[in-house]
Design a protein around this ligand. Structure first.
Ligand code: C2E
Ligand code: MG
Ligand code: MG
Ligand code: MG
Length: 278
């Protein structure tokens, strides 16, 4: 009897392990053909200037509709892609697709806006990525000043200084650089001044407790003061309420992005309509 119970337990134990590993392995395998099978697309989330409420640009966000499992969030598949070097083709595709969509707008004579593209630190291990960015812009005839590359601060912050040559060359080409999710990681005060960022994005975790939290407010005020002293633009992420908008506007934050303004859409024009109907 005891043996039987142990056997059953072992069976479930093995099955749970197998499922867990299968999921991770399967996820990585499925990532391999996700692009070729056209399962991925971009959505664009609008950003508004806080001073005048005008549109300042969009952030491109990657979406994956898995044929069997449906929507899988980038929070889940980006780390899997980073661990399997699939981040390289995916990262290149995101950049190229952004340029393709901008080019289409340009050819149709529509108003052009700047677009932010997320770049994972792992993409710096893709030796051709730096020049891929420059060549893709030239290929699609896109003004480099329309593109902002967003880098998320991470635990590997020590290595950030190794990226300075690449970041500098991108800047010299006219591309803008943003530090994403500011405050969420191993910040930061001592290196934001030494790295060539044009703007910083304050992480949603600071914004979500405004205006109630005095301490979060104090941090955001300090970040705004520092960033502005260093001539950087500040974008608040995850703005969901009118109260947050008003607080940020009062405290001279430059721009805001979040569900209050728009969740994002695959069509830039739909996105613009949503942004102004909110
Ligand atoms: P992120 O770059 O900080 O992007 C902002 C995330 O916050 C997005 O989640 C967006 O949908 C969400 N968000 C925006 N406004 C609000 C709000 O008001 N409330 C709440 N609760 N959430 C809001 P998403 O699209 O799930 O992306 C998560 C993260 O995945 C991104 O964070 C980024 O780090 C990464 N990611 C997304 N697309 C790409 C990509 O193309 N390449 C790379 N390397 N990473 C990407
Ligand atoms: Mg981002
Ligand atoms: Mg962010
Ligand atoms: Mg984030």
């Amino acid at each position: 009897k005891a043996k039987e119970t142990a056997g059953t337990a072992l069976y479930f134990y093995n099955k749970a392990l197998a499922d867990a590993s299968l999921n991770e392995v399967k996820l990585r395998q499925d990532l391999h053909h996700a692009l070729d099978s056209k399962e991925m697309h971009l959505i664009f989330q609008p950003q508004l200037f806080l001073t005048n409420g005008r549109l300042c640009g969009f952030e491109a966000l990657l979406r994956w509709e898995h044929p069997k499992h449906g929507y899988i969030s980038p929070g889940r598949f980006i780390p899997a892609a980073e661990n399997s070097s699939m981040i390289h083709p995916i990262g290149r595709w995101v950049f190229k697709e952004t340029c393709r969509i901008l080019k289409e707008r340009q050819d149709q004579g529509e108003t052009m806006y700047s677009v932010s593209v997320n770049v994972s630190f792992r993409q710096f291990h893709d030796p051709g990525f730096e020049s891929y960015v420059i060549h893709t812009l030239a290929h699609y005839d896109i003004e480099p000043g329309l593109i902002t590359l967003e880098l998320t601060e991470s635990a590997t912050i020590d290595n950030l200084h190794d990226l300075v040559p690449t970041l500098t060359r991108w800047k010299e080409a006219g591309i803008k650089l943003a530090l994403d999710d500011f405050g969420s990681g191993y910040s930061s005060m001592n290196y934001i001044g030494t790295l060539p960022f044009d703007l910083i994005k304050i992480d949603r975790s600071f914004i979500q407790d405004l205006p109630a939290s005095y301490s979060k407010g104090a941090i955001v005020r300090a970040v705004l003061g520092l960033a502005h002293d260093l001539n950087m633009t500040v974008v608040a992420e995850g703005v969901e309420t009118k109260e947050q908008w008003d607080w940020l506007r009062t405290h001279c934050c430059d721009a805001a992005q979040g569900f209050l303004i728009g969740k994002g859409s695959s069509s830039i024009n739909t996105c613009i309509q949503d942004a102004f109907s909110s």
